[in-house]
Design a protein around this ligand. Structure first.
Ligand SMILES: [Zn+2]
Length: 337
């Protein structure tokens, strides 16, 4: 899926159409795309994953969803464009994307300060928005387009690895410094992504995304098919990405692994304890609470036999709704659904 930086690249490639008149419109979109015929492009902009072509009085909004693609001055093989715009100086072809029109001024619709790649990016505003949602997982927070427009799943995985934060950490439990790093790296990594993508070397810079070994410590990367409310793929290192939960639960999982059970909750501890019924030591209560909340009947995997290794234990509790813990507190009991 094109993340924010990819849309910035498209914006740059399509910049030559600014000031040009649309000579011909084609494509299988069911929107009234012919309204663009004969119109002059006033600006080409982007907001997060939205690609925007501004005309007089209205704008075209393109979202590439999961499988959208584009071609400038070329056609994609074996594919029918959702939308084709032909100009005197070239053409723009968009595939498998969502096409909509926005009436009026874009400035009335978009908060440019929420786009991690925009000059107007406002980190203070991001921090304020995050503070309102302390129960949100770090992984979900980064994918929240209302806060970090443009951040996609690759960026999410890489940013969390960079700042050494476990994806299931809650925003409210992150120390202010870590929260600051998360906000700063959402932008910083996006620009690294942009530079690498332009140089066709993005994938080789992946540190955890689709990787199997942590480049920092050689630990095996944990992979989860779906994580958090956004249910997106997660890759992270249990050894160097600390899980922050609750008031003072801050422990790199590796520390937990070496030490006796404590009150602190780390993913390893949770994973190992999860299949057992009564982990009875100090901290057992807390761990058990999390474990219970982690059981997701919908995932249908919680009834698997006790896992021996932390990796299998993780898979056994795959796709839990970790926010359930916070929700339980709010009265919605997910664990007994
Ligand atoms: Zn690591």
């Amino acid at each position: 899926m094109p993340e924010g930086p990819s849309i910035v690249i498209l914006k740059e490639e399509a910049a030559k159409f600014v000031g040009q008149v649309v000579r011909e419109v084609g494509g299988n979109s069911r929107q009234d795309i012919q309204r663009m015929a004969g119109q002059r492009v006033r600006a080409i902009r982007s907001w997060g994953k939205h690609f925007l072509v501004q005309f007089d009085g209205f704008s075209l909004r393109v979202h590439f969803m999961l499988f959208g693609r584009y071609r400038v001055d070329a056609l994609k093989e074996n594919a029918s464009p959702r939308l084709s715009l032909r100009f005197d100086n070239g053409e723009l072809n968009l595939y498998a994307c969502s096409v909509q029109f926005i009436e009026g001024e874009l400035d009335d619709v978009y908060d440019w300060g929420g786009d991690v790649m925009a000059d107007a990016w406002d980190p203070k505003q991001a921090r304020s928005k995050l503070k309102l949602r302390p129960e949100m997982l770090a992984a979900d927070a980064l994918l929240e387009q209302d806060i970090f427009a443009g951040v996609g799943n690759i960026i999410k995985n890489e940013v969390l690895w960079r700042i050494r934060v476990h994806p299931e950490s809650t925003i409210g439990a992150l120390p202010p410094r870590k929260l600051g790093e998360l906000i700063a790296q959402a932008r910083e990594y996006s620009f690294d992504f942009l530079a690498w993508k332009k140089a066709f070397v993005l994938k080789k810079h992946y540190q955890v995304h689709t990787r199997s070994t942590c480049p920092r410590d050689g630990h095996r990367i944990t992979w989860r098919k779906q994580l958090g409310e956004k249910r997106r793929r997660a890759f992270y290192c249990d050894a160097c990405q600390a899980l922050y939960r609750g008031e003072s639960d801050v422990v790199p999982a590796a520390t937990i692994e070496r030490s006796k059970p404590t009150k602190k909750v780390a993913s390893k501890a949770v994973g190992k304890v999860a299949p057992k019924k009564a982990p009875g030591k100090t901290g057992a209560k807390k761990v058990a609470t999390v474990t219970k909340a982690r059981r997701n009947p919908a995932a249908g995997k919680s009834s698997k036999p006790a896992a021996r290794t932390s990796r299998t234990a993780k898979l056994a509790t795959d796709a839990p709704p970790p926010r359930a813990r916070a929700r339980d507190a709010a009265g919605r009991d997910h664990s007994r659904r």
